[in-house]
Design a protein around this ligand. Structure first.
Ligand code: FAD
Length: 283
């Protein structure tokens, strides 16, 4: 299968020397799929924010050779306007032109004092302070954000981000492909016309994924959950099954004409690389 859709990969910022060298290796391995950019997450109110800065600068510095740009995630909840401006200035000074702008989630028990309540306010701020310098990516939720009052309210709030100046959106991961198509349709009917790139989450560890999915409002369909449960501690069979599942899932998305694919890599080369090799997405 050949295609010219835009690919991107997401990493979390490593905290240890081993994590840093693993990520360098993963970046090198995934370069064969020629991603447009590598993004790095940013923990709201967390202690790892400096690690994000370091990781994106490293990616950006390598970009003259790799051709792969860096895109820091920037979450605003609990933060101040001067702190966000300082980060924007540092990113700009380092040649970064793309940002994934988010509200973020504070660690439980933390109070949300700060200058921003929602991502649309962050986007307003970025546009006010930096004009059109940054391409702004935002998050969206085909299966509805867990805190939204209703699906329609969530869509209205997504539109606020687009109206504030978002250029493209990346979805929360999903395994129910119809939820994504239905969401695209509703976006179009609500005047949301930016590209909506599906976020793809590999299945490495079922119990971890189940816990995470409950929190972020992504559904693991019953048939898939039951199938995954069957493997229990048979890691090899689980890996073989999830690789086939992910390949077929990604292939269907490509065939339906998605504008891009955003891979949540969890800092691992596989299964993303194998899926891309199977689908002829490597160069
Ligand atoms: P928002 O768009 O602000 O929405 C949050 C909730 O508030 C929704 O329920 C929405 O309906 C509602 N809402 C929005 N605007 C308004 C308004 N004006 N008035 C009333 N209600 C409103 N988290 C991190 O901490 N760091 C990361 O690096 C990170 N990266 C992510 C990358 C992607 C692609 C995705 C999909 C998520 C990521 N997250 C990250 C998680 C994200 O921060 C959470 O899902 C968070 O709960 C919502 O962020 P948001 O930007 O979508 O928020």
């Amino acid at each position: 299968m050949t295609t010219d859709i835009i690919l991107s990969c997401e990493f979390f910022p490593p905290k240890t020397e081993t994590g840093i060298s693993n990520l360098i290796e993963t970046r090198k391995n995934l370069a064969v799929i020629k991603p447009e950019y590598y993004s790095v997450t940013f923990g709201a109110g967390g202690s790892t924010q400096d690690n994000t800065l370091e990781a994106v600068i490293d990616i950006q510095n390598a970009s003259s050779m790799t051709g792969i740009a860096a895109a820091p995630h920037l979450s605003c909840v609990g933060s101040s306007a001067p702190r966000i401006l300082d980060l924007l200035n540092q990113y700009r000074a380092n040649g970064i032109e793309r940002i994934v702008a988010l509200r973020g989630d504070l660690p439980s028990g933390t109070r949300a004092a700060g200058d921003f309540r929602y991502a649309n306010e962050l986007i307003d701020f970025i546009r006010k302070e930096t004009g059109d310098h940054f391409t702004i990516e935002v998050a969206c939720y085909p299966e509805v954000h867990p805190q939204a009052n209703s699906a329609q309210h969530d869509l209205t709030n997504f539109k606020r981000k687009v109206d504030a100046g978002a250029n493209t959106a990346i979805t929360q991961y999903f395994y129910n492909i119809d939820a994504y198509y239905y969401f695209l349709d509703r976006c179009q009917r609500n005047g949301i016309n930016i590209p909506i790139v599906p976020g793809i989450m590999p299945i490495n560890n079922f119990s971890q994924l189940a816990r995470f999915s409950d929190n972020c409002g992504a559904e693991i369909p019953r048939w898939l959950r039951r199938r995954l449960e069957e493997f229990y501690d048979d890691t090899a069979s689980l890996q073989a099954f999830t690789l086939d599942f992910l390949t077929e899932f990604t292939q269907k998305l490509i065939e339906s004409g998605v504008p891009g694919l955003h891979f949540y890599t969890m800092n691992k080369t596989d299964p993303i690389l194998t899926v891309c090799q199977r689908l002829g997405l490597t160069h």
